[in-house]
Design a protein around this ligand. Structure first.
Ligand SMILES: CCCC/C=C/CC(=O)SCCNC(=O)CCNC(=O)[C@H](O)C(C)(C)COP(=O)(O)OP(=O)(O)OC[C@H]1O[C@@H](n2cnc3c(N)ncnc32)[C@H](O)[C@@H]1OP(=O)(O)O
Length: 302
């Protein structure tokens, strides 16, 4: 049932005019593409997939400049790439990383949550839910190679992964900073963080909207490893090899065992969660906070 709902959202997404033709993008071969065996890079305008079939791994690069904000189009493309890799028996793991220098992801796209109609908020929130569910429950090993700053939804995306490697750069902060924007992280954002760093650390981090620099992120457990910037990808690959050495069925079942109760909570409260989001985001006070925050981001340049 839950899966059917998910499939409907994805199918609807695939039927959108701008989503058509995303499945086959001009490819190129190269070392990251598995070299000699001719498998090509594929993807879509905002998601580049570099397959390494020999290793059973694909590197998924987010490229929605300038900041990889998680717009509706971008989320849909991410989901399409994930689905494609999951359906291809060649792949057992993906490394999720960014193609935008210094930015992993700026989180949810604020322009999707500002000044739009309620119907748009419903559609957007369904896509956010679906992305979380699909990544959180993916049968593939998913490793985040975090090569940039990662606030809010960007942090959440990395928390859906099985392992997080963060580049050691003081600018690359990570955390759920929603309260700083005058908004509240939904229960499943919070649950994902609790599952990662525990209740007390989450309580503090979420109330204060903490964005952790690398050493702090490692200490609190938001990330599993901090490495020099030029070693993020190679470290992610070594970690991947370690995870792929485990019998796949046993690892997958264990992942499901660990994560299903958290996912089920959203699956059973999905519609209510959408209504809560729409009610909240439509409030004048919330719209004002978000507008002011966006304005502040824009003025930062001037
Ligand atoms: C019940 C409600 C729950 C909803 C949950 C929401 C979770 C979220 O994810 S909310 C989003 C939280 N994200 C942030 O707080 C990050 C905001 N962005 C930044 O702090 C910075 O942009 C950055 C540190 C990521 C990058 O800084 P940098 O100096 O390199 O770039 P900027 O000049 O700031 O930004 C460039 C450009 O991009 C626009 N932008 C930045 N972030 C977002 C975003 N999340 N959504 C939409 N647009 C974003 C920024 O306004 C600039 O636009 P212009 O070039 O037009 O000025």
């Amino acid at each position: 049932m839950a899966l059917a709902v998910g499939m409907r959202v994805l199918t609807r997404a695939l039927l959108r005019p701008w989503a058509r033709g995303l499945r086959v993008a001009p490819g190129r071969t190269g070392p990251a593409a598995g070299g000699g065996d001719g498998m090509r890079c594929f993807g879509s305008p905002r998601v580049l997939v570099e397959p390494d079939p020999a290793a059973g791994v694909a590197v998924v690069k987010m490229r929605n400049p300038p900041v990889n904000s998680l717009s509706l189009e971008f989320l849909t493309e991410l989901l399409i790439s994930l689905e494609k890799l999951e359906n291809d028996k060649t792949f057992h793991g993906i490394i999720l990383t960014s193609d935008c220098p210094g930015i992993f992801s700026a989180g949810l796209d604020l322009t999707e949550m500002c000044g739009r109609k309620p119907e748009h908020y419903v559609e957007y929130w369904k896509a956010v839910q679906e992305t979380w569910l699909r990544f959180y429950l993916s049968n593939l090993v998913v490793i985040a190679a975090i090569n940039g700053v990662s606030p809010a939804g960007g942090c959440l995306l990395s928390l859906t992964c099985d392992y997080r490697v963060l580049a050691n750069n003081p600018k690359y902060t990570i955390g759920l900073n929603e309260t700083l924007l005058g908004i509240v992280a939904p229960f499943w954002f919070k649950d994902t963080m609790v599952n990662t760093i525990g209740h007390r650390a989450t309580e503090r981090a979420l109330q204060l909207g903490l964005l952790f620099p690398p050493a702090e992120a490692l200490r609190v457990g938001v990330v599993d490893q901090v490495v020099p910037e030029d070693q993020v990808q190679s470290t992610a690959r070594s970690v991947m090899a370690q995870w792929l050495a485990i019998p796949d069925h046993a690892r997958q079942l264990t992942k499901t065992l660990m994560r299903k109760p958290t996912a089920d909570r959203l699956l059973t409260e999905r519609d209510a969660d959408i209504q809560t989001f729409v009610r909240f985001i439509c409030r004048d006070s919330v719209q004002k906070s978000l507008h002011a925050y966006l304005e502040k981001l824009k003025q930062k340049k001037g």
